[in-house]
Design a protein around this ligand. Structure first.
Ligand SMILES: Cc1ncc(COP(=O)(O)O)c(C=O)c1O
Length: 390
């Protein structure tokens, strides 16, 4: 675990971290100043002589360094990663890459973010497919049984589920889910928006075909950064979806084209590459503390938060207590007012940022390693006052 002195030191890197309490890391993170500076200096550099060979080479080297770092961090090869704008971009790249036919079934869970539902609704309408939702989300064995029943009934083409539920912070058994999908020849995509930087992620160990993630949440990177992993041998299961003038090795005007062999074929146009210099910086900063220590700190803080919530306010915690099944996300259900009302109250009366969830109505607290004991105290005092109000 990280020492308090290390956390206090790390907090100095954020501009206004003491002006409000951020429990919304699973929405948008605050960024260390050096991450923002890195983006600005790359923007200035790239913008000075954008077509010069020197700058082009430097940008390519930075991209290579970024890809290396992220590949090592997530347990894959560099060529298996495409740099994207966000998680949703990765989900769409897969959705449009899979060859869907009328009658095919797309399997999701009822806890998915709209970003992992709406692209599939769109595809289902376009190709006359069916979306099936799994809802046994409180027990691994029940969830796996439910998946098995759906897979057995046939016509399944793709399974797309979160690694960590944005709704409850529950860790889904993605390894077992991917293995079950594979045994029926079904493509498995994991939505890692709430997992990467929050819990350890090793895509090879999970064994999924693809994993979509972003930089702007738990990783402390800039908005507009994401990545898509596709296992080398799963790449051939995808028809190239979004493609452009940076996707090919060669082409001619007679209609032939050879795509790049790696996932960078999906970096198809001119993108905001400088943002990735910021994300790289963020990874380097966290790496200096040690990812293992960061993950154990997130887990321990969330655990003590949940325990205290239970002891003080009774049975309001929706997130599992088991550290192996949970993460830095803590979801609570209040029997007073709505989640929207409490989130607004927390901001107005305590400068505390939390988020409200719908269906069902809940409140989500995203506790990162940089959050302090004092911030926890302030949250408890605020919740206590809120619940006492008539
Ligand atoms: C589980 C999950 N998936 C996808 C998204 C969308 O992420 P992005 O904005 O990176 O596309 C979010 C955003 O909160 C999320 O929580």
């Amino acid at each position: 675990m990280l020492k308090n002195s290390e956390i206090i030191q790390f907090r100095k890197q954020f501009i206004n971290i003491d002006k409000f309490i951020n429990y919304q890391w699973g929405g948008y993170s605050s960024k260390p100043l050096s991450v923002l500076d890195e983006v600005c200096s790359w923007q200035k550099y790239e913008g000075m002589l954008p077509s010069s060979k020197e700058i082009h080479t430097a940008v390519q080297e930075m991209k290579t360094a970024f890809r290396k770092k992220l590949a090592a961090f997530t347990g894959c090869r560099e060529g298996e990663l495409a740099l994207t704008d966000h998680t949703t971009n990765g989900i769409n790249l897969i959705g449009w890459g899979i060859r869907l036919n009328p009658g095919d079934r797309i399997i999701l869970t009822k806890h998915e973010h709209p970003a992992n539902i709406l692209p599939w609704y769109n595809l289902a309408r376009r190709f006359a497919c069916e979306v099936v939702f799994l809802d046994a989300l409180h027990s691994d064995s029940m969830l796996l049984d439910q998946l098995e029943t759906v897979l057995k009934s046939g016509h399944c083409k793709v399974l797309s589920v979160s690694h960590v539920s944005r709704q409850t912070g529950f860790r889904l058994p993605v390894r077992e889910l991917s293995a079950a999908a594979r045994s029926y020849g079904v493509f498995s995509l994991i939505d890692g928006a709430q997992s990467v930087g929050n819990i350890p992620v090793d895509v090879r160990e999970i064994g999924c075909d693809a994993y979509a993630l972003c930089g702007h949440k738990w990783m402390l990177g800039p908005q507009g950064t994401g990545a898509l992993y596709v296992r080398r041998d799963a790449m051939k299961k995808l028809f190239p979806s979004l493609i452009g003038s940076k996707s090919q090795v060669s082409y001619d005007l007679q209609g032939s084209v050879e795509w790049k062999p790696d996932m960078d074929r999906y970096e198809y146009g001119t993108s905001a590459v400088t943002l990735f210099a910021g994300w790289l910086k963020a990874m380097q900063l966290i790496e200096e503390l040690g990812w293992d220590r960061v993950f154990s700190t997130i887990a321990a803080k969330a655990h003590s938060f949940k325990q205290r919530l239970r002891e003080t306010f009774g049975n309001i915690v929706v997130t599992p207590m088991d550290q192996e099944k949970s993460s830095g996300i803590i979801t609570i259900r209040l029997n007073k007012g709505t989640g929207v009302e409490f989130s607004a109250y927390a901001w107005e009366h305590g400068s505390i940022q939390i988020s409200s969830l719908e269906q069902p109505d809940q409140v989500r607290i995203c506790s990162h390693f940089v959050n302090t004991e004092d911030e926890q105290e302030q949250f408890f005092a605020l919740l206590h006052t809120y619940l006492q109000r008539s």
